[in-house]
Design a protein around this ligand. Structure first.
Ligand code: ATP
Ligand code: MG
Length: 765
């Protein structure tokens, strides 16, 4: 019988090499594609999905395809739709977190949550941790909520609950974390809320506890595919194992080599994973590289496909990548090659300081644009978010449109979080964190003491906070003014709650912003800052409006909206606007490719990062460098600054050891960049100092503007002062930090930026 899609399938397989085709057409059972960067792993996944559907091995809704970010998911969806020639309705193509949130929207009641449970982001989770830490009596000066929460998060990613954590706690620190973990966990459950790590953990619980639920999902997802498998952690690993059957059992009997042997449920085992051990860069989130290295032990009958041809980069770029990664011990030997020719050499430049570096980078960008490159073809990568500022300033001055992935995020702004907290409380009346956040925002005379009384009253009665707040006269010790204020607040909330059942999100938002007096309070402030906040809120209403228009009938509920918002990850603001230069951290660049890539800040202590060096993470830093290099298709620029201002202090920068791992013959490095008087003999450790003797020849590169003279007196700015920035326009100083750093909120877009007062092109108004 001839498959009606035969012709189409032939076409689908045409654009693939032999091993890629083998992976795409692999039938049932486990499949591991292990290959270096740019060898077409993601492409194989997309083709395999199309192939499964066209050969009738699976319906769209029987496929679960996991990607690392929402952005990667939408790119994958586009690719699959292009291959299929139609929309991928019903296909679960998303991140682990989104898939888990969706499963829990259906099945969380089995675990005692309601379907409207709240998802707490990192900041919420830290706030809740702080409450727990206060209750335990932890010294806040010694242990920050962030540090405590990291411990809890790490435990959850290893599927260790509070009781289990306590059972293995060694020493007073871990005992204390166990106490905090206990309370934190109890509070989450009481509030019908989950943090990000819970999304995975609870689904694992669900599948482990209820055979019928597990069987339902195993049957539903006949094929499970995972991209970037090298960055999965134990919870994600266990989840996959439960869904498809097979693999290691948790803490089960020890198998060979110290690995637990398998004794889990049986399933179809249709699991296809792709990854590259050389690109594993998330161990700080408990990613476990063993998951990919031991896939064959978990699934002894797995088909293993290796891909070695790289279709992305020139030979020159690949020899740099190969040479760098060869310095890591272990790992699976792979040598990438490509047919794209030698191409141009890699440009390596040492510049006097970070401003000169930014001018060089932007100067080269201008040259490329003049030669006809599109802005969307260029990316600038760096190790930490803070490094984007100087490059941004320079781009703004040259009027080059750019975007920053993972910078100050819209959803992290206070007013946006307030508005979302209002919505969250409407959806989930048990949500104490949201209640605490907004009860007195805007100010309505409900001080911390009054709120504490209401909260403890709710806890004594063991009722939702909403219920306790709704009868303020019954709260012991609450003053008459507070009773009145709370009464008024709750009657507004009741009205909004009724509205929330029927009105579209945009309308609900507008009503709540006006009825709660939120916008009115901002208007009364009459400041630029408040104006920016109002504009941000208008943006949020716009987000709601877009959601209202896009949502399918019956799928537009408030909790779906809140869920979508909670899951917007850092890397997801990247727009496909052809007209923007992209700036982002190396971590965010995973899986992406650009014709031209700049990696800035290649200095010891910056990259490799000093903290990673202290913690013995050099090899992971090197993998990150490998990821960075292999994003480039045709041109790669590596730059370092000989002096860099870090928190106001000038730090002497030494070129990164990684640069010296690249074979000299692929580098284009001007002589003066190599021989710098007074620097050659200093060891490989960043030195702190005033940058003496740093007046060598100007670095090469075309820029038209002279360096700013930083020798003038440091201008002291005061909080609330109005300023004008040459690029960003009018703003107000909202923070003054040590080392000459000021925080400015700009009127034009409401953005808040940290600037070096000494260097930024600022004037008082
Ligand atoms: P990374 O490890 O960085 O995630 P990857 O292995 O997932 O990389 P892809 O992004 O799938 O690689 O592919 C890299 C580039 O090579 C893409 O532009 C892709 O379209 C192209 N490519 C892959 N295989 C082929 C092929 N057989 N023919 C033509 N182009 C290909
Ligand atoms: Mg990929």
């Amino acid at each position: 019988m001839q498959n009606p899609h035969a012709e189409y399938i032939e076409e689908l397989l045409e654009g693939l090499n032999e091993p890629q085709r083998e992976a795409v057409t692999h039938g049932e059972g486990p499949l591991l594609i292990l290959a270096g960067a740019g060898s077409g792993k993601t492409r194989v996944l997309a083709h395999r999905i199309a192939y499964l559907i066209h050969t009738d091995q699976a319906q769209a809704n029987e496929i679960l395809a996991i990607t690392f970010t929402n952005k990667a998911a939408s790119e994958m969806r586009e690719r699959v739709e292009r291959l299929l020639g139609h929309a991928t309705r019903g296909m679960w193509l998303m991140t682990f977190h989104s898939a888990c949130a969706r499963i829990l929207r259906t099945d969380a009641p089995r675990l005692g949550y309601t379907r409207q449970f709240t998802i707490y982001d990192q900041a919420d989770a830290r706030r809740l941790t702080k409450r727990a830490a206060d209750a335990v009596g932890v010294d806040p000066k010694r242990y920050t909520p962030a540090a405590l929460n990291n411990q809890i998060s790490a435990a959850k990613n290893q599927l260790r609950d509070a009781a289990e954590y306590r059972s293995t706690a060694a020493g007073p620190f871990e005992e204390m974390v166990a106490d905090v973990y206990d309370i934190y966990e109890r509070d989450l459950v009481r509030m019908n809320a989950m943090d990000f790590d819970d999304l995975l953990f609870r689904v694992v619980n669900l599948l482990e506890l209820f055979d019928d639920v597990r069987e339902r999902y195993t049957e539903m997802f006949r094929h499970v595919l995972v991209d970037e498998y090298q960055d999965t952690n134990h919870a994600q690993y266990r989840l996959l194992q439960l869904l498809v059957g097979g693999g290691r059992a948790p803490g089960g009997g020890e198998g060979e080599g110290g690995r637990p042997s398998y004794a889990g449920p049986i399933g179809h085992r249709n699991l296809a994973v792709v990854g590259d051990d050389a690109q594993s860069i998330y161990s700080f989130r408990q990613a476990d590289i063993r998951n990919i290295l031991d896939f064959q032990e978990d699934f002894p009958d797995a088909r293993v496909v290796k891909l070695e041809q790289n279709y992305r980069s020139t030979e020159t770029i690949l020899s740099a990548a190969n040479a760098v990664i060869a310095n890591n011990r272990g790992g699976i030997a792979k040598r990438l090659w490509s047919e794209l020719g030698q191409g141009e050499q890699i440009h390596l430049r040492g510049l006097d300081d970070e401003h000169a570096e930014a001018r060089y980078v932007v100067g080269e960008i201008e040259r490329l644009l003049d030669e006809g490159a599109a802005r969307s073809e260029i990316a600038v990568l760096y190790r930490t978010n803070a490094m984007s500022r100087v490059i941004e300033d320079t781009l703004v001055r040259r009027e080059i449109a750019y975007q920053v992935i993972g910078g100050t995020k819209f959803y992290e702004r206070a007013e946006i979080k307030d508005a979302i907290a209002y919505l969250t409380l409407l959806a989930n009346p048990q949500d104490l964190v949201s209640f605490t956040r907004i009860a007195n925002s805007p100010r309505r005379g409900l001080g911390a003491t009054s709120l504490a009384r209401v909260i403890s009253h709710a806890q004594t009665l063991d009722v939702p906070i909403w219920e306790a707040a709704a009868s303020p006269q019954e709260v012991p010790g609450l003053g008459a003014a507070a009773v009145k204020a709370l009464d008024r607040f709750m009657s507004t909330m009741h009205e909004l709650r009724e509205l929330s059942g029927e009105a579209p999100i945009a309308e609900l938002l507008e009503s709540l912003l006006s009825q709660t007096g939120y916008v009115e309070a901002l208007e009364a402030e009459r400041s630029i800052e408040a104006q920016g906040r109002i504009e941000n809120l208008e943006q949020l209403v716009e987000v709601g409006r877009e959601f209202d228009t896009a949502a399918a009938p019956g799928d537009g509920g408030l909790d779906v909206f809140l869920q979508e918002i909670a899951l917007v990850a850092d890397a997801d603001t990247r727009s496909d606007d052809a007209g923007l230069i992209t700036l982002m951290t190396l971590h965010n660049a995973k899986g992406l490719e650009y014709p031209t890539v700049f990696i800035a800040g290649c200095e010891e202590g910056v990259f490799p990062h000093s903290r990673a060096l202290d913690e013995g993470g050099l090899e992971e830093e090197r993998r990150l460098f490998y990821v960075g290099i292999t994003r480039a298709m045709r041109a790669l620029y590596l730059t370092y600054a000989r002096r860099r201002a870090v928190f106001g202090a000038s730090t002497i920068g030494l070129r990164s050891r990684f640069l010296d791992e690249i074979p000299a013959e692929v580098l284009d490095e001007p002589l003066e960049s190599v021989f710098r008087p007074g620097l050659g003999s200093i060891g490989r450790r960043a030195m702190h100092g005033a940058g003496a003797g740093e007046n060598g020849a100007a670095a090469p590169g075309a820029w038209r503007e002279a360096a700013r003279d930083p020798t003038g007196p440091v201008t002291a700015y005061r909080l609330g002062e109005d300023i004008v920035h040459a690029g960003f326009g009018e703003g107000v100083v909202t923070g003054v930090e040590p080392g000459g750093v000021i925080v400015v909120r700009f009127a034009a877009d409401g953005s808040e930026r940290k600037l070096m007062a000494e260097y930024a092109p600022l004037q008082r108004r």
